[in-house]
Design a protein around this ligand. Structure first.
Ligand code: PRP
Ligand code: URA
Length: 210
């Protein structure tokens, strides 16, 4: 099955992802970097937003120009680690609605367990961008997207920082309609289903837990 993946090759993103991977990067720096990378990625992820023609009076003349057509959008971070990407996105898209979905990966079975879900009331009418820094086995992302589709959402994109080939394959198989945007495509998973080389546990590094 053909993968629907966009890997960001922008030098600023690659530089910041390298800093993120460094085990000596502090919690403060890690948080800032995740937010900055999400903001840079938002630029590409929203490239297909529709525009409308507008006439704007400049101090010199009328400008026949374009503005956003007001497409209804929502972002949905997967708790916890997806929260780190929200600020960067809302800086670029200030009016975006934010839904939350809580999933954790059972450490023994590695299966996603849902513990929280709160969506904007009209979420079924919105295009949704799901946020999670890590796409490892793909279990969490696939389950989250499944829950959103059950709520009637038709247009979904998935945005992560680091993706493993296994996660990309799983998501492509389960949700071939969902485009994946990632800042880096890594080598593999290890025996604990952590991404190699990855950056470790994104939630722990963001929130200073372990
Ligand atoms: C991490 C990460 C993803 C998931 C990826 O969350 O943020 O949600 O693992 O793994 P998968 O692709 O194999 O499902 P985790 O379960 O550690 O929860 P946390 O964000 O609360 O730390
Ligand atoms: N979740 C993480 O936070 N990191 C990984 O490498 C895999 C899953």
């Amino acid at each position: 099955m053909e993968e629907n993946v966009f890997v960001f090759d922008h030098p600023l993103i690659q530089h910041k992802v390298s800093l993120l991977r460094d085990k000596n990067t502090s919690t403060k720096e890690f948080r800032e970097l995740v937010s900055e990378i999400a903001m840079l990625m938002a630029y590409e992820v929203t490239r297909d937003l529709p525009l409308k023609d507008v006439d704007i009076e400049t101090p010199v003349a009328m400008a026949h120009t374009k503005m956003l057509a007001g497409k209804k959008l929502a972002i949905v971070p997967i708790l916890r680690a997806g929260l780190g990407m929200v600020d960067g996105m809302t800086q670029l898209i200030p009016n975006v609605r934010v839904g939350h979905i809580g999933l954790y990966r059972d450490p023994v079975t590695v299966q996603p367990v849902e513990y929280y879900c709160k969506m904007p009331e009209d979420v079924a009418e919105r295009d949704v961008i799901v946020l999670d820094p890590m796409l490892a086995t793909g279990g969490s992302a696939s389950a989250a997207i499944g829950f959103l589709k059950d709520r009637g959402i038709k247009h979904i994109k998935f945005m992560c920082l680091i993706a493993a080939p296994e996660g990309i394959a799983r998501l492509t198989k389960d949700h071939p309609d969902v485009k994946i945007f990632c800042a880096a495509k890594d080598e593999k998973l290890n025996e604990h289903s952590y991404i190699v080389p990855g950056l470790g546990d994104a939630g722990d590094r963001l929130f200073g837990t372990n």
